[in-house]
Ligand binder design. Sequence first.
Ligand SMILES: NC(=O)c1ccc[n+]([C@@H]2O[C@H](COP(=O)([O-])OP(=O)(O)OC[C@H]3O[C@@H](n4cnc5c(N)ncnc54)[C@H](OP(=O)(O)O)[C@@H]3O)[C@@H](O)[C@H]2O)c1
Length: 255
Amino acid sequence: MTASTPRIAVVTGANRGLGRAAARALAQRGFAVALTYRGDPGEAAGVVEEICDAGGDAIVVRLDLADVASFADFTVSLRHDIDARWGRSAIDVLVNNAGIGLFGRLEDATVDQFDALIGTNLRGTFFLIQALAPHIGDGGRIINVSTSLTRHVSPGTSLYAASKTAVEALSRSLAVELGPRGIRINSIAPGPTATDFNGGAIRDDPDLRSSLAAHTALGRVGEPAEIADAIAALASSELRWMTAERIEVSGGSLL
Ligand SMILES: NC(=O)c1ccc[n+]([C@@H]2O[C@H](COP(=O)([O-])OP(=O)(O)OC[C@H]3O[C@@H](n4cnc5c(N)ncnc54)[C@H](OP(=O)(O)O)[C@@H]3O)[C@@H](O)[C@H]2O)c1
């Protein structure tokens, strides 16, 4: 890698929410960012524009995490586009951010909800790591986005929490498998954060916000940039001796 070749970060689900904030935070720290979206190419292009306007560099590639059969083609496209833009195809940082939340009590849960949560959050994340790991450079980083709900418990969150607990478990195991290549893999566990997540309730419902704030040491819900800065810190060399960890970024939620 020459002095002019940038470090490359791939951030999934970066057209909005935490992923968008993470893409921006990594770009601010000098990473060239390949961001993925599933639905709205215009929204994703807007994030690329924001990053480029701020002096960074980014490209966009479509990814549906629920469609594991598409991962081989996705990997080819991603590597091709990264190489065409930045003259190398190795990935330095992979942020597995894309995910869904579906909530409901035991009696209301459906097989479709179960399959969607496990299929996207766990199956998709695992097989994306499998597809991209050979292309992550030695010494690279993988950061998996989990949730504070793997530690504290609320009614109606069992399937979502189970899908993310499984992501934390695979992060720890893969840290051992990928450690010989110097690849660090950690989980970030955000607390309630103001995004579109769960219909935007944490951002838009004042009653929910104040109830969550009342159970949070720092007295409010999180903002996307606060999670993104923690992701960027994990991607930095300062935290190079950290692997297989779960780092909660929740302002002290439900302690
Ligand atoms: N906000 C919170 O309070 C909170 C707390 C803890 C953990 N988290 C986790 O943080 C991550 C980001 O959440 P967020 O708050 O930013 O939610 P969000 O605003 O709803 O954004 C979700 C992102 O994931 C993408 N995505 C969803 N399903 C996908 C699929 N099948 N394939 C590819 N991309 C897909 C979405 O893409 P499209 O827009 O194209 O659908 C979008 O970019 C999730 O893993 C979530 O579980 C969030």
